[in-house]
Design a protein. Structure first.
Length: 87
């Protein structure tokens, strides 16, 4: 099975997360290597990756993906130890 990867950015001035890179195969490997080089935690969810790959790089994520992507960002914050969430 070919690797799949998508990279997202969400900044203070963004109204929604944006896709900054996506691809399959060799491109996915390069995205993953780049994330590792900058110590960005990797989150694996094949269904979400597939949905993100259907969108254009540079575009905001589809509103239908907001909940799934929000869960990824919460996971990322926990992985970085920058936030404690309860409940």
């Amino acid at each position: 099975m070919k690797k799949k990867a998508a990279a997202l950015r969400y900044g203070e001035n963004d109204s929604a997360p944006k896709i900054v890179a996506s691809g399959r195969g060799d491109i996915a490997v390069k995205i993953i290597e780049r994330a590792k080089a900058f110590d960005v935690p990797l989150f694996q969810n094949e269904a979400l990756a597939e949905a993100l790959l259907r969108q254009e790089v540079g575009s905001e994520i589809d509103p239908q993906l907001f909940q799934a992507v929000a869960e990824v960002f919460v996971w990322l914050l926990k992985a970085e130890g920058s936030v404690e969430l309860s409940g």
